[in-house]
Design a binder for this molecule. Structure first.
Ligand code: HEM
Length: 410
């Protein structure tokens, strides 16, 4: 049996291989490095919607191809749980088993179930702003966009907040936000393995403690402990495989979206004024910014059989596909004037939360966090701008300005 170290090695080797193929593509590299990649994505989508990037790897950018592929039962996702060879639940599963887990998880993340969390998001967004508003400046990403979803996640799960710093360190290392470029591959592997061991013991000790308690607590872990799957309780490994994925899927994506949206609004005062004049527009503005900014830029899939795409290209069995949500979201065949940001765009069938079988489980939670948080920001700091002389540097996927210096009149 492989050790966690060997499994991590295999997982990272795979991630690095895909990344080298995908990001070695000049168009993808240009889009990744840009604060405004939308025109590059339009060019990719219109000029070459399907491109072979290397041996057995295709880049897909058109809405029609991506929607078809993500609904094709001969195409699989294949993500594993960190440090194991087990599939992440539900992302790494496909077919009837995936459907069964979604059937169990979907009711916990409906808009109705999530709505009451709005008060908590509002309170935390305000408390974080209290810490810097009088200064007239902050690094909005570091001080607000990033801690907000992490603290909300720990609180929804019922995990102790005193571990926030460790948790934050783990997340940044695994998601490549820490200074991983300065590490040798061996160092990164060693530190990542340590981080995975830490997070597993963090989850495990919390689950051990709760199993001794008479009744499940009223939080997400309490729900997992009492959930029924296939007429039985979930096993410990199933709980870990679900918790690990929720954490990876839900933290950086919301932080990145807040960073992209706030940066857009800081540099487009006319658009921002529309939200100040009518905060009820925030919900539809978020859909449009989700389309235009596409903070989660791409995902991957594997073809298990030959796949004939709507564009006419055949992807051979065994090929990897880089699925560009960002490309599809500015595909002129799917959106009128895709480069115009229209907060009242209707319809707006963007796939910023993916399409098909693996569409985002947490989209209602994300939408709630984003809309409540942005409205609180605008109530407290309506007029703000990016600090003079700042050149924002965006990360790849999720794309976000990890430093976002904003200034306002205090
Ligand atoms: C703005 C924030 C978010 C964005 C842009 C986003 C985007 C996405 C995308 C693009 C996928 C598809 C991944 C793929 O197919 O490869 C996905 C799946 C998923 N997301 Fe999100 N997400 C966000 C927030 C969240 C949150 C807050 C949670 C949960 C707490 C969450 C949980 C999940 C899960 C569990 C999946 C896998 C679903 C499945 O396999 O059936 N996401 N998300």
């Amino acid at each position: 049996m492989s050790t966690p170290q060997e499994l991590m090695h295999a997982q990272f080797a795979q991630v690095f291989k895909i990344a080298a193929l995908a990001w070695g593509d000049p168009a993808v590299a240009a889009a990744r490095a840009s604060a405004s990649p939308q025109q590059t994505y339009v060019d990719m989508t219109t000029e070459c919607p399907v491109k072979q990037l290397g041996d057995g790897m295709f880049r897909l950018t058109s809405m029609a191809d991506i929607v078809a592929v993500t609904r094709n039962h001969d195409v699989v996702q294949g993500t594993t749980y960190l440090g194991s060879d087990r599939p992440a639940i539900p992302l790494g599963l496909d077919g009837p088993l995936h459907k069964q887990y979604r059937h169990m998880l979907d009711p916990v993340f409906t808009a109705k179930r999530i709505e009451p969390l709005g008060a908590q998001v509002r309170q935390l967004a305000n408390e974080l702003i209290d810490g810097f508003i009088a200064k007239g400046e902050c690094d909005a990403f570091q001080d607000w966009c990033e801690p907000l979803p992490s603290i909300i996640f720990l609180s929804i799960m019922g995990l102790p907040l005193d571990q926030y710093e460790n948790f934050h360190g783990f997340k940044n290392l695994i998601l490549g936000n820490a200074n991983v470029a300065a590490m040798t591959p061996e160092e990164r592997l060693a530190r990542s393995t340590e981080a995975v061991v830490w997070i597993q013991s963090y989850f495990n000790s919390n689950l051990d403690e709760r199993e001794q308690e008479a009744a499940p607590r009223d939080d997400m872990i309490g729900w997992l402990l009492s959930a029924e799957f296939d007429g039985r309780r979930l096993s410990r490994t199933e709980m870990l495989d679900i918790l690990g994925l929720l954490m990876i899927a839900g933290l950086d994506t919301v932080a990145a979206s807040l960073g992209c949206f706030l940066s857009f609004l800081a540099s487009h005062p006319d658009q921002r004024q529309r939200l100040l004049d009518d905060p009820t527009l925030t919900r539809s503005a978020i859909e449009e910014l989700m389309r235009y900014e596409s903070p989660v830029t791409e995902g991957t899939r594997v073809a298990k059989a030959d796949i004939d795409l709507p564009s006419g290209v055949r992807v051979p069995a065994g090929s990897w596909m880089l699925i560009s949500w960002s490309g599809a979201n500015v595909d002129p065949a799917a959106f009128v004037d895709p480069l115009t940001v229209d907060f009242e765009r209707k319809p707006n069938p963007h796939i910023g939360f993916a399409s098909g079988f693996h569409r985002c489980l947490g989209s209602h939670l994300a939408r709630l966090e984003l809309s409540v948080a942005l409205n609180v920001w605008h109530e407290r700091i309506p007029h703000y701008r990016i600090a003079e002389g700042t050149e924002l540097v965006y990360s790849g996927n999720p794309r976000a300005p990890h430093h976002l210096p904003l200034v306002w009149s205090a």
